[in-house]
Design a protein around this ligand. Structure first.
Ligand code: PA5
Length: 445
């Protein structure tokens, strides 16, 4: 079943049928290049058939470890950054109760994240909370050498070893990393941590369907089997050399709009549960396409909240953007707006209507207003926010990203630009070997 419906009706004012047909052809060509493994970065294409290569035994092993990490545990700290963080965060947030931390009773540990920043306040406050809780940790780093998660993991190890002893700490830590390389792998071997492997040919931002995403999602109590099933079905749908392939359509239209000077894509949602899906999507597209002085800038807004902050710009600011609305057909809950005999707010015309209907009309009204204001609109719809549809959605975005990157002519699977800040940071922190650069940089500050 197709879990992502692509509606391009509102882009036809900006891209003619003839132009779009030409972009569809380019998109199909890029798909063939991807599927035949003949393009740039083809040693990082393990994600393409990843969903269908996941075996029942893999799921069982992940579930068993999730159960072990959950037994008697209040909080599981997931350490990672970038692709080793955003997928799990996005799926867990989307599937969780909006006020999960405040629920009086939970069947699963609370999953929190660390190592995705180096804020002193953030980490100090995390340890303040951990003091009185029983905790476990999943530490994720493909390279095993990334500074931010390595700092957080030093702190966690110290805390766990002081609190639970070295053996106790070992039983509460699971490492997800490379099969053979990197400092985290070496440490895991030395300390005897249980490990899961990130395949060599799957890059961080394409790794949500490896243990990087699946283990934290399982710990949070969600059904990873169904999540993978959604991705498997989407893997089949998006492999088809057919213009009806939704990934082909999405890649085609965003490149068509880019060629017309629409250089910013704003991913829009109308459900706050999807905020981190946008954050994951921003990394996926930003890190994959933003190179060689090219690429659509991925931005995101949460509506209707941000209509009261960004709405003015979107309606009337510089016309260099287009919107992609990620719409959800059915919400989980039903709530109606009450009648108020006084009607001081003049809203009794809404009495008895579902809140979701107001949200939907806000979505449709905004779409028309923004199109009238010169903002092309791509509409993506998923039936509901659940494991199956999220698995399909994330795989859909990955596939479209691979196609789109090839259409742009870049290698979508590397990220050479990420190194520049790291070198400067190391130099400014006096890392041995970086002293000269450090002196030069300090003169510039
Ligand atoms: O997509 C990527 O490759 C990056 O965002 C990485 O995931 C991120 O830098 C973390 O790297 P690592 O998992 O090696 O610690």
């Amino acid at each position: 079943m197709n879990t992502v419906a692509v509606n391009l009706k509102s882009t036809s004012l900006f891209v003619s049928g003839e132009e779009f047909a030409a972009w569809q052809e380019k998109s199909l060509k890029a798909l063939s290049e991807l599927e035949s493994r003949g393009g740039k970065g083809n040693d990082f294409l393990g994600w393409i058939n990843l969903p269908s290569s996941i075996k029942p035994a893999d799921i069982a092993a992940l579930k068993a470890t999730a159960a072990k990490l959950s037994k008697g545990i209040d909080i599981v700290v997931v350490i990672g950054i970038g692709g080793s963080y955003l997928g799990a965060k996005a799926v867990i947030d989307a599937l969780s109760h909006s006020f999960t931390a405040l629920l009086p009773k939970r069947d699963h540990p609370l999953v929190v994240f660390a190592g995705q920043n180096i804020s002193e306040d953030y980490h100090a406050e995390l340890f303040e909370v951990l003091r009185d809780k029983s905790a476990a940790c999943i530490v994720i780093s493909k390279s095993g050498t990334t500074t931010e998660p390595a700092i957080a993991f030093r702190l966690i190890r110290q805390h766990f070893e002081e609190k639970y002893g070295r053996t106790g700490a070992k039983d509460r830590i699971v490492a997800v990393t490379d099969a053979a390389r990197g400092a985290l792998h070496a440490l895991a071997m030395q300390e005897g941590y249980q490990t899961f492997v990130i395949p060599d040919d799957v890059g961080g931002r394409f790794s949500v369907l490896t243990p990087v995403g699946l283990l934290p999602i399982a710990v949070a109590g969600f059904d990873i089997e169904t999540f993978v099933k959604g991705a498997v079905d989407m893997e089949q749908i998006t492999a088809k050399n057919d213009i009806a392939n939704p990934a082909v359509q999405y890649a085609a239209v965003r490149n068509a709009l880019y060629s017309k000077g629409k250089k910013i894509e704003v991913l829009v949602n109308y459900n706050p549960k999807l905020h981190f899906i946008t954050e994951w999507w921003k990394q996926l597209y930003g890190e994959s396409e933003g190179k060689e002085n090219k690429g659509i800038f991925p931005a995101g807004v949460d509506f209707t909240s941000d209509l009261h902050s960004m709405g003015q710009y979107l309606q009337e600011g510089e016309r260099s953007l287009f919107e992609t609305v990620l719409s959800v057909k059915n919400e989980k809950h039903t709530m109606t707006i009450p009648n108020d005999p006084q009607n001081l707010d003049q809203l009794n015309f809404l009495s008895g209507k579902r809140i979701g209907e107001c949200n939907k009309m806000a979505e449709l009204g905004t779409l028309l207003a923004h199109v009238d204001g010169g903002v092309p609109n791509i509409h993506l719809e998923i039936p509901s926010i659940d494991e199956y549809n999220l698995g399909g959605l994330l795989y859909f975005f990955e596939k479209a990203c691979g196609i789109s990157g090839y259409m742009l002519g870049v290698n979508p699977f590397d990220q050479p630009g990420v190194e520049a800040y790291k070198k400067n940071m190391f130099a400014l922190l006096n890392k041995p070997g970086f002293e000269k650069q450090g002196d030069e940089l300090r003169k510039r500050l």
